[in-house]
Design a protein around this ligand. Structure first.
Ligand code: NAP
Ligand code: ZN
Ligand code: ZN
Length: 348
């Protein structure tokens, strides 16, 4: 099927209309007409080859939400007309030790990512959600709670699960002091989740203009990370800090905030390696960790929890042809707090 999409053809060309091919649904596939697709900073890193491994053309987009248009003969969990969503993963080996634990993102054979992954069906690379349609195995298709606004639910598929998973893994909850660094797409969901899970929640931001929003979104305290005195007051007090920053920054300043045996978890992926002083880890004994999105089962749990608790993303809806300006605004830290593309605008 020829499908309309938006692609980057090189690190320096703006995203522009581009036709791609989607496979005919197999017996276990779901074909989804995409309604909304969130704009993740990873899309920008990929489009501009900031991590150094992009293959062109790249069609970004891994916060996909739409309506089921067709189902294969063996599909049991979806029917035509249902809402359905797809995050960063479209396949994995399904049998390795990590897949068996529901950690498909860490598949030992290499998970297939939604875009710029190896397309096992058509050859070449997979294409993401900046497009009209996507065809995905139902095992990697998520149910969307009907209680949520679909446009505000779409970014849960990456920004949501990427902050939810480390908060759950490291036990954010009552009696714990949890920090979130950066109030962008991931960070604003980190703040909402940490607060809703019962942790004492502190936002670190470089943007004075986001202080009020940080409090409104659920932070008990907001610290301007450029204020050294304010930073010093929190030294040695955190159980967990989740770092969502997309650009180079000092890790030592945040390591100093951790208690004995507490953890700083990187989820942001600055293009350059970040330096860290060994003493930041040694005195007192502290952990530096990382976390990649979440598995399919955990993503569904997070979506269901969001449906039950009425938690979704704060978004700005844009047209497909505004994507290049949206990237520039993301780089200026001017996103409140996730751009979501209304995919109807691709057909207009
Ligand atoms: P975003 O919306 O652009 O937010 C990033 C935030 O980082 C900004 O809002 C800003 O917060 C802060 N920031 C930006 N530049 C900074 C700088 N020079 N110094 C200090 N802080 C700065 O991005 P996002 O979509 O949330 O993604 C964040 C990062 O996570 C990206 O690198 C992305 O690739 C990565 N990511 C990782 C995973 C994973 O599985 N691990 C999944 C999705 C995304 P303030 O204005 O509040 O300071
Ligand atoms: Zn993402
Ligand atoms: Zn596997």
């Amino acid at each position: 099927m020829t499908t309309r999409a938006y692609a980057a053809q090189s690190p320096t060309t703006p995203l522009a209309p581009h036709a791609i091919t989607r496979r005919e649904p197999t017996a276990t596939d779901v074909e989804i007409d995409i309604l909304f697709c969130g704009v993740c900073h990873s899309d920008l890193h990929f489009a501009r080859n900031e991590w150094g491994f992009t293959q062109y053309p790249v069609v970004p987009g891994h916060e996909i939400l739409g309506r089921v248009a067709r189902v294969g003969s063996a599909v049991t969990r979806f029917k035509v007309g249902d809402l359905a969503s797809v995050g960063c993963l479209v396949d994995s080996c399904r049998i390795c030790a990590h897949c068996a634990k529901g950690l498909e993102q860490y598949c030992m054979g290499g998970a297939t990512f939604t875009y710029n992954g190896d397309d096992k069906y058509l050859g070449g690379m997979t294409f993401g959600g900046y497009s009209e349609k996507v065809v995905v195995d139902e095992a990697f298709t998520l149910k969307v709670p009907t209680t949520l606004d679909p446009a505000k639910a779409a970014p849960l598929l990456c920004a949501g699960i990427t902050t939810w998973s480390p908060l759950r893994h490291w036990g954010a909850g009552p009696g714990k002091k949890v920090g979130i660094i950066g109030l962008g797409g991931l960070g604003h969901m980190g703040v909402k989740f940490a607060r809703a899970l019962g942790a004492h929640t502190v936002l670190f931001t470089t943007s004075r203009s986001k202080i009020d929003d940080g409090l409104r979104l659920g932070a008990h305290e907001v610290v301007l990370s450029t204020d050294e005195a304010a930073m010093a007051r929190h030294a040695g007090t955190f159980d967990l800090i989740v770092d969502t920053v997309s650009a180079d920054h000092s890790l030592d300043a945040y390591m100093a905030m951790l208690k004995l045996d507490a953890t700083l978890c990187m989820v942001g992926v600055p293009p350059n390696p970040q330096q860290i002083a060994a003493f930041s880890l040694i005195l007192p004994r502290r952990n530096l960790a990382g976390s990649c999105i979440g598995g399919i089962r955990e993503t569904q749990e997070m979506l269901d929890w969001c449906g039950q608790h009425g938690v979704a993303c704060d978004i700005e809806l844009i047209r497909m042809d505004q994507i290049n300006e949206a990237y520039e605004r993301m780089l200026r830290q001017d996103v409140r707090y996730r751009f979501v593309i209304d995919m109807q605008s691709l057909k207009a």
